[in-house]
Ligand binder design. Structure first.
Ligand code: DAH
Length: 341
């Protein structure tokens, strides 16, 4: 038995010398010391075959072999764990002197920039922002806005109809009806959003953006609109910017106006941007037509209001010297990345 034990010790020492990983170590441990199948526990089983008087001594010898082996394996385990840890640390070392990867930072879309700037200015005047629906019905998009059945704006060539009753809104003006029928006057609302028309050329896209404004109170006049727009253009373009009203027609406002701002490129002297006129059209507006108020159940003898609608894409293009609206929607980051607020 003594010989056998020496031989086992020798084998363990030999085999352990070759072990490099904790997995290999575990396998070897299983082979010699673990469970009933291990070689050393196997020796215990053989005890039964020995002479009775030899058994206690042999038991002790085998036990001390087991202790020796366990300790031997434990030492090796510490060694291997240390080596594996060092290897991992080395592998995971980060070279902080390496040049950093260049991360590209995105920019906001030019239309989002214009929208945010306008909302900021109007919020300062007490407007609240509403987002109303993009699929509208005939009543909100046309009828209630005093746009009768034969009106050319209803032309199937302009409007994307979904069925006889529903369409993609052709302007943000239906937001006026949604406000008038749900909010108790007085109020000031701003309704930005996407609008749709079957139109597609250098300055028109089938989907574009408008921002509607509506102020309802007692004794509102065109002067209120003019005063507010003067403040707007000074904040939006420059302190020197002026506005000019031209008479116009919209079914939902009476009187209606088209509003120009003095050219922010040449200051009014005349240049390419303003086509030599010194003025640039920025929006349509007017005094809310009595019929619109009546259609929404608001008393037109008590309340009056002004409304306006402006094209966000148009303003983004004007401000950034873009003459083709498709630049805004082709998703070319080389172009879009250049726009500033
Ligand atoms: N909805 C008009 C359009 O799409 C723009 C507009 C004009 C809106 C006058 C208004 C307004 O609120 O008063 O062309």
């Amino acid at each position: 038995m003594e010989e056998k034990i020496q031989e086992i010790k020798g084998r363990i020492a030999l085999e352990l010398a070759d072990v490099k990983t904790s997995a290999e170590l575990f396998q070897l441990k299983a082979k010699y010391v673990l469970g009933k199948a291990g070689i050393i526990p196997g020796l215990m089983k053989e005890l039964g075959k020995a002479a009775k008087e030899d058994r206690p001594k042999l038991g002790m010898v085998i036990n001390s072999l087991k202790e020796w082996a366990t300790e031997y394996f434990a030492k090796k385990e510490i060694e291997i764990n240390e080596a594996e840890k060092n290897y991992r640390y080395k592998k995971e070392t980060i070279d902080i002197t390496m040049p950093a990867k260049h991360l590209k930072q995105g920019t906001l879309h030019p239309v989002s920039l214009v929208k945010a700037e306008l909302i900021d200015i109007f919020a300062g005047m007490g407007f609240r922002v509403l987002e109303t629906r993009e699929i509208e019905d005939d009543f909100h998009n046309f009828t209630a806005l005093n746009t009768p059945k034969e009106h050319p704006a209803r032309d199937k060539q302009d409007t994307f109809y979904i069925n006889d009753d529903f369409m993609l809104r052709t302007h943000t003006s239906p937001g006026q009806i949604r406000s008038l029928t749900t909010i108790k006057p007085p109020f000031k609302v701003l309704i930005p959003g996407r609008v749709y028309r079957a139109d597609d050329d250098a300055t028109h896209s089938p989907m574009f953006h408008q921002m509607e404004g509506l102020v309802i109170d007692e004794k509102i006049t065109l002067c209120d609109l003019q005063g507010m727009l003067d403040v707007l253009v000074k904040k939006m373009f420059s302190e020197e910017a002026k506005t000019r009203f031209r008479p116009s027609f919209f079914p939902f406002t009476e009187p209606s106006v088209e509003v120009d701002v003095s050219c922010f490129e040449c200051g009014g002297k005349g240049c390419k941007l303003c086509k030599g006129t010194g003025w640039i059209e920025i929006l349509g507006g007017g005094i809310v037509n009595r019929k619109v108020l009546e259609n929404c159940g608001v008393d037109p003898d008590k309340y009056t209001g002004f409304a306006f609608g402006l094209g966000l894409d148009r303003i983004a293009m004007l401000k950034n010297g873009v003459n083709n609206i498709h630049v805004l929607y082709e998703g070319d980051l080389r172009a879009l990345g250049q726009f500033k607020g």
